[in-house]
Structures are given as C-alpha cells and as structure tokens.
Design a protein around this ligand. Structure first.
Ligand code: ZN
Length: 316
C-alpha cells in the first residue's frame, strides 16, 4: 500500500552562518558610529544589544535557513529614547489576526472508501491518488486517529495564544479530503502557517521524528518558490521544539540526523501557496515509538512542541 508521505526523495539541505543577521546589525552600528556623539552611541549600543538578542526563538535552529529572512531593521533609531520604546503600549500582539491551518493526515474512513481515495488528482507536477489510508500500529491504532487527536490538541494550544485555527477535516466527512483540497483549504484561508500532522509506517527499529519541507517545484498549479524559505524556518522551529517537548530524537532512518527532509512529491506541499510543512511524529510500526504515539500524555507533549514552533515562527 502506498502512502502519500512515503517514500522520500533525497534530502537537500544547506546551511548558512547563523551570525549573518548579527553581522548585519554590527555593520549598521559601524556606519552609525561615524556620525554619533560618543555618549549617544553608548546608549544606542545598549538598545541594539537589548533588542537584538533573544528576539528569535530561544532555541537555535539545527539548520539555518539558506535564504535569509529579509534583513531586520533596527527597531530603535539612534535618537529614539529606549525607555519610550520599551514602555510603548502595544494594542496588537504579533499573533493578532493570524491564522493557522492544521491538516490531520488521512481519515479513518479512508479504509472503507478506497475506490474514492484512489482516484488521481492533479498536483501540478504529476497526478497522484486523492488520499491514502495512512498506516497503523501493529495493534491496529490508526495513523488517522493519531493525527486527528494531535491536531485537536494543537488547535487548543494555538487558540490559547489567540490564533485563529482551521482544521482541514474533523471526523465530519466519510473520507478525504483529497490532497489538492487539503492544500486549497490552507491557501483560501490565507494561512500564515500550515502544518500537516502524520506518523510514519516503516520497519521496526526505525525511530524518531522528521519534518518534511517543500522542495522548489514548478509545474501546472504548483509553484513553491515563494514558500520554500519560510517553510524551512517553520519546519526548523517545529522540529527543535518537538524534540524539546517530547524528548524524541530526529529520525534515525532518513534526514542524516537533522530531522529535516525536503520532498518534491507531496501534493499537499506542492500546491501550497502558504508556508507549510509535514511532521512525521514517529514510526507507528516500531514498538518503542508506538508506545509513545499511543500515549495521550505523549501526544499532548507532541502537540505542545508543534504549537511552540508555530508560535515562534509567527513571532509570538
Ligand atoms: Zn501519513
């Protein structure tokens, strides 16, 4: 049986010095130094250090984005009062008005609707099955049960932060949605981040999580050029936070120990116009991973880690 989320294509990942943004700030300081009185400069340096450090997610990403984010502009000009900047009331937080779409992988009903889900749909670069059944543990716990449970926990965590959350489905339909529709839901919601929740189904002994990032693809309705960079940022944050909250290690069977894999064959990624990743939370066919995946307490930790990664990506 084929799964939409297997097998992967070779990973392509590159890294760039994490010092890049810091150097950019330092360059700005050097220019400013030439035109500033020494005492004013001293105050400004303090402001820069205070606003520059710790602005990002507390945990450093394992791999830094190859395409750097647009250069951060210093938040305080040399003449601005640091006190005024620090105490200015904020009517809106960074998460205000933002939307997250969560896609619970598969659907428990897919097992009874194989003819419907086997119909091919256009994913831009190819035609592919509408949807797949997903895997199960050896004891029969369905991946689709797991993904919906984690997605609901994830929604609760994100709504507590004030985010608007949309699930692509919620036991409200007999099968599907098709992978192209899953992508469309994120696009039409103008989601600021989209996460598709999965668990893998590979051989015993293969363990750990991995995050799947969109490759740069172009064909038909698929054009991921604009989302490759931000999706990597989103995926790195989700991976590192997931590792922290669950204690799980990056997958030992792909991704070269990074917990990150780039794929060009997933319709849910190829057709997305919004930053999007998949997370494979563990291997349902491994006894040790299955013990985790079937634990409600562990699923709560998993959802919290994913939520923390999303919130960090959105600047919260
Ligand atoms: Zn899956």
């Amino acid at each position: 049986m084929r799964y939409d989320d297997s097998p992967p294509s070779p990973e392509s990942a590159s890294s760039v010095s994490p010092e890049r943004r810091w150097f950019a700030r330092r360059s700005g300081l050097a220019v400013g130094a030439a035109v500033l009185a020494p005492t004013l400069l001293a105050g400004w340096v303090l402001v820069q250090v205070a606003t520059g450090a710790g602005a990002d997610d507390a945990r450093p990403p394992r791999i830094v984005m190859p395409a750097a984010s647009p250069a951060a502009t210093p938040s305080a000009s040399p003449s601005a009062s640091p006190t005024a900047t620090a105490t200015a009331p904020q009517a809106k937080g960074p998460l205000t008005g933002k939307t997250v779409v969560i896609d619970p992988g598969h659907n428990t009903g897919n097992f009874e609707h194989t003819s419907e889900i086997d119909k091919k749909v256009d994913i831009g670069t190819a035609r592919k099955e509408c949807d797949t059944t997903g895997t199960t543990t050896n004891a029969g716990y369905k991946e689709a049960e797991f993904t919906l449970d984690v997605s609901r926990r994830l929604r609760t965590a994100l709504e507590a932060k004030g985010l608007k959350v949309v699930l692509t489905h919620e036991a409200d339909r007999p099968w599907g949605p098709c992978i192209n529709e899953r992508a469309r839901i994120g696009n039409e919601a103008a989601a600021d981040a989209v996460v598709s929740v999965h668990a893998d189904g590979v051989s015993e002994g293969s363990r750990g999580y991995h995050v799947i990032l969109p490759a740069k693809v172009k064909g038909g309705a698929a054009d991921t050029a604009a989302i490759v960079g931000p999706s990597r940022d989103l995926g790195e944050r989700i991976g590192s936070n997931f590792a922290r909250t669950t204690g799980s290690a990056p997958a030992n069977y792909l991704g070269s120990g990074t917990g990150l894999v780039v794929r060009d064959d997933l319709g849910g990624l190829n057709l997305s116009t919004r930053p999007k990743v998949f997370i494979e939370c563990g291997n349902m066919r491994d006894a040790k991973d299955a013990a985790l995946l079937t634990s409600p307490e562990w699923r709560q930790k998993a959802a919290q880690g994913i939520a923390d990664g999303i919130v960090g990506f959105l600047g919260g």
